[in-house]
Design a protein around this ligand. Structure first.
Ligand code: HMG
Ligand code: MG
Length: 311
């Protein structure tokens, strides 16, 4: 199997993860969570969203989080921005990277940002050039690439069309989202091969939610095609409040464990990462779905029981 020597993990837990939690996680815990991810060696972290607090109350403290986090050299921190107002707040809070977002299906786009796809692309013209002029890097997401919670099947040609438009607007990378976690490896190969026929693979990132347990298989498909940036959320936190049925993102420790066991380097300390997820579960107040985390906690509690018996 042809695999890259290295892969980049783009951690989205503090944003995609926490935006979907019933519990309002205190700002200080969000900052501790991000800090723990940095200590685990993650170099790209999406820390929050500068969206309307009426739409996503969970991330209403975006500016406080952005101002409160330590930003060690070599770590890139990003935030979701839907419009000019979000950009201005993000810039004032010291963000050096932002991500814009739209969907490959009209109905999800409308439910998520209250605009058509065409209106959203037009609105980006009031965001992306200003960000670039302020020397802020811009990433983009295309959601519902592999299926829409409202429309079902999505035309596989839509991803390429939107990637090309976004690259023309100046984004450095487009993350292709399986927002509701319905993609399968054959579909991933179909969509990605169309896109990399026209764009270098480093322009693309993979963003899989793991609703049906296919996220790792989908990542492996993209890796063998030369795509090396993988979005993931610690513990498998996550979901989109405007995508009914969307469950957690691919868990960072699950994908890092698979990559390391295949000899693909990520620069991440898996033990520290797993511990960051264990602590994050206490912030959100429930178990997290990551398989690696569950296995790790099981091992720890068996070892504790054994030493109690021995003692
Ligand atoms: P709207 O209601 O059409 O716009 O929302 P509006 O301009 O009328 O604003 C509504 C209210 O929000 C106003 O307040 C604005 O001032 C305020 P009011 O006057 O009623 O008091 N507002 C803002 N406040 C703070 N920051 C802002 C901002 N903008 C407006 N930036 C809007 C349009 C885009 C704002 C709204 O639809 C929105 O915020 N949507 C965000 C939805 C969202 O974050 N969804 C989840 C992220 S996408 C995702 O999860 C998928 C992804 O992970 C990839 C994948 O999985 O595929 C990325
Ligand atoms: Mg997502």
């Amino acid at each position: 199997m042809k695999l890259p020597a290295k892969a980049t993990i783009y951690e989205v837990g503090p944003r995609d993860g926490l935006q979907n939690e019933a519990r309002q996680v205190p700002t200080a815990d969000k900052i501790r969570f991000i800090d723990n991810l940095v200590k685990a060696g993650i170099k790209d972290i999406e820390i929050t969203s500068f969206v309307s607090p009426k739409w996503i109350p969970q991330l209403a403290d975006a500016a406080e989080v952005a101002r409160g986090v330590a930003r060690p050299a070599g770590v890139r921190m990003s935030a979701l921005v839907p419009n000019r107002r979000g950009l201005d707040t993000a810039l004032a809070a010291g963000m050096k990277e932002i991500a814009v977002f739209l969907s490959a299906s009209e109905t999800h786009n409308k439910k998520n940002v209250n605009k058509s796809i065409a209106e959203t692309l037009t609105a980006f013209q009031d965001v992306i050039p200003h960000a670039l002029a302020a020397k802020v890097s811009v990433r983009a997401y295309v959601s519902t690439v592999y299926g829409c919670p409202y429309e079902g099947d999505v035309d596989p040609a839509k991803a390429l069309e939107l990637v090309s438009k976004l690259v023309d607007q100046g984004v450095y990378q487009v993350s292709l989202g399986d927002t509701i976690g319905v993609a399968n490896p054959r579909q991933v190969e179909d969509v990605l091969s169309r896109v990399i026929a026209q764009h270098p693979p480093e322009v693309i990132a993979m963003h899989f939610h793991d609703t049906q347990g296919t996220a790792l298989a989908n990542v492996l498909t993209g890796l063998t095609m030369g795509i090396t940036t993988i979005d993931a959320a610690a513990g498998g936190l996550g979901g989109c409040p405007y995508a009914p049925g969307a469950s957690g993102n691919l868990a960072t420790e699950d994908v890092v464990a698979m990559l390391h066991s295949m000899g693909v380097d990520t620069g991440i300390d898996l033990d520290k990462l797993t511990d960051a997820s264990r602590v994050a579960a206490t912030y959100v107040g429930h178990e997290l779905p990551s398989k690696y985390l569950k296995a790790h906690l099981g091992k720890q509690s068996r070892a504790r029981r054994r030493s109690e018996l021995d003692g």
